[in-house]
Ligand binder design. Structure first.
Ligand code: SF4
Length: 321
């Protein structure tokens, strides 16, 4: 592992047992590997139910991984207890999709943002919070006058700024952004992405940025990973994935990006993905994308394609390569 790697996951697996006697389990994440260098962003993309949010929650150790390894800044955190993890939580924070659900409705903004400072002993009473909270509110595009209001008094975009302020107040080195812009209006999405990018340039932090389509991660990612049904289908530099998508699933996802030009949209409409994502309880044998893949051949339903490098830095899991 490079000295400059902020987060590395190796063969990360997260299964949820449904029925032990029948060995029935949800294969939410099945052997995912990637690394995020310090100061860089990995965009993790896939349809709902592909396991990307479970992957995020496993990395932050909300869940105990079934298998695999998680290294944070070189330290193996896979099996650390919650007590052992506590000091490391300052380094690794999370921003959630639904800012309203993740903010305590009975607390004013100052207290919401100050909560992690109190929890980590950086301040010892709420009276000390202003010194930290006011500059952070301004940093995320709000004002100190907002500090005494409740979350329900804000728009969706402003609530997400509060969620970001709470995540950044501890000056983390890695932020896991779990669909932070999916619930926001398109006009607000760019503002939130720019805020995160500016902060990254200023502080050199790393992001794992999760989204359900490739258009959302385009301007924020250095690398992009495409997940399908708990596995990594393709992983490469961000520009490469838009210029030369190799996996049929990635090609389908790119075909389903909304295109503002109606003529181009009509030409592209057939390249979207047919059918629904299968159940992760009983994933298809061989390549999991096989039932939906227009290029499937007999080997695809028999053998699981391994993620392999097909050109420098470009990995794909598909029997076509
Ligand atoms: Fe399609 Fe086969 Fe490639 Fe899977 S391995 S994506 S089924 S061509």
């Amino acid at each position: 592992m490079s000295e400059k790697t902020m987060l590395e996951v190796r063969d990360l697996t997260m299964h949820f047992m449904l029925n032990k006697s029948k060995n029935l389990k949800v294969h939410a994440v099945d052997g995912i590997s990637f690394a995020i260098p310090r100061g860089k962003t990995l965009g993790l993309v896939g349809e709902s139910g592909c396991g990307k949010s479970t992957c995020a929650r496993t990395i932050i150790r909300i869940y105990d991984p079934t298998d695999g390894k998680i290294f944070l800044d070189g330290q193996d955190i896979t099996r650390l207890s919650q007590k052992e993890l506590k000091p490391l939580r300052k380094k690794m924070q999370m921003i959630f999709q639904d800012p309203y659900a993740s903010l305590n409705a009975r607390m004013v903004v100052r207290d919401i943002i100050a909560e992690p400072l109190l929890a980590h002993g950086i301040i010892h009473s709420k009276k000390e919070a202003g010194e930290y909270v006011y500059p952070m509110l301004e940093r995320v595009g709000l004002t100190r006058e907002h500090a005494d209001r409740y979350a329900h008094e804000f728009s969706g975009g402003q609530r997400q700024r509060i969620g970001i302020a709470r995540a950044l107040i501890l000056q983390p080195e890695l932020v896991i952004c779990d669909e932070p812009i999916s619930a926001l209006d398109v006009s607000i999405q760019a503002q939130v992405v720019n805020l995160l990018k500016d902060y990254q340039e200023e502080k050199g932090i790393s992001y794992l940025f999760i989204a359900h389509d490739l258009s959302m991660v385009r301007y924020v990612s250095d690398q992009v990973g495409v997940m399908y049904l708990g596995q990594m289908a393709e992983l490469c530099e961000a520009e490469e994935i838009y210029r030369k998508p190799l996996h049929p699933y990635t090609q389908g996802l790119l075909g389903s990006i909304p295109i503002p030009n109606p003529k181009l949209a009509r030409e592209k409409v057939t390249s979207g993905i047919q059918g629904d994502i299968p159940s992760p309880v009983n994933p298809p044998e061989g390549c999991r994308f096989c039932p939906r893949c227009p290029y499937a051949k007999p080997v695809c339903s028999r053998e699981t394609p391994r993620l392999k490098e097909v050109s420098p830095g470009h990995q794909v899991a598909c029997h076509l390569y």
